[in-house]
Structure formats: structure tokens, C-alpha cells
Design a protein. Structure first.
Length: 144
């Protein structure tokens, strides 16, 4: 699958509290995960892309704005590339799947937002498939 997709979840509440879930997320490909908590809502992380690796993003608390670009040329991508923007909120219990071939830039929309990221390759592979560009490289980036 080479398209960005959302895997929907839900929640269940009773007298004991709440359970949040995304039961349709198959974690069979996941090799590792990490948690991102930006220092404030102004910081933008990106642009970072992966030719081989894919990622899944789940917001534990707060919300994040995620900008995504399908990379056309890894050595010199089109700076006018079309950018897709998705807002992820912890209250929506969903996972954003970003397949290989994309780059992302994101920022927290709320103070203390936390983003859980799953990757399908071990950390030893990370330096072999890590592409970065300055925030100003892609002209159509809108981080508001």
C-alpha cells in the first residue's frame, strides 16, 4: 500500500474508567516505537523522510498537525510538491499510517501533546534511510 491512510479506533467507558483502542491496527510489521513531546506549540519537526521505512502515528494526548509529501526525487525533490495536511487528536483514537516514500513535518497544537510513533525497521537501519530538508525547502508548507 503506497497511500496515506487512517486506521480508526474507539473507546469504551464504564464505571471503572475508559479504554481507548485501535483494534484494526496490525502491529506485525512494527520493530520499535518512540514517543515525541515537543517543548511547545511553535516547534516544527521536519522535514524528514524515509524511502524504505514506514511509520504509524498515534496521539496519546493533545493534538498534532502533520504535513506530508510524497517524494518524487530523493536527491532533489520538487520544492513545489503538493502537501497534504492532517490533524490528529487524542480524542479521535486513530492511527495515521505513512507508507515508505513520504516525508513529514509536524507540530503540537496543544501544550503537552504526546505523539507515539511506530517504525517497521530496527534502530540500526535508521541512519541508512533518513532524509532531511530544511523547513523552508518546500514552498507549500502551511504549519498553522
Amino acid at each position: 500500500m503506497n497511500k496515506i491512510s487512517i486506521i480508526r479506533g474507539g473507546s469504551a467507558n464504564d464505571e471503572r474508567g475508559q479504554i481507548r483502542f485501535v483494534n484494526d491496527f496490525d502491529m506485525g510489521l512494527v520493530k520499535r516505537f518512540y514517543l515525541i513531546k515537543n517543548i511547545d506549540t511553535e516547534l516544527i519537526r521536519g522535514w524528514r523522510g524515509h524511502k524504505i521505512e514506514q511509520r504509524w502515528f498515534y496521539v496519546l494526548s493533545g493534538s498534532f498537525s502533520v504535513n506530508l509529501i510524497k517524494i518524487d526525487n530523493w536527491e532533489s525533490p520538487d520544492s513545489e510538491s503538493n502537501i497534504e495536511r492532517i490533524v490528529l487528536k487524542s480524542s479521535e483514537m486513530q492511527i495515521l499510517h505513512v507508507p515508505s516514500g513520504f516525508c513529514t513535518a509536524f507540530r503540537a497544537l496543544d501544550i503537552n501533546s504526546e505523539l507515539l510513533v511506530y517504525a517497521d525497521y530496527p534502530i540500526a537501519h535508521a541512519t541508512l534511510d533518513d532524509y532531511t530538508w530544511p523547513l523552508s525547502y518546500f514552498k507549500n508548507g502551511n504549519f498553522n
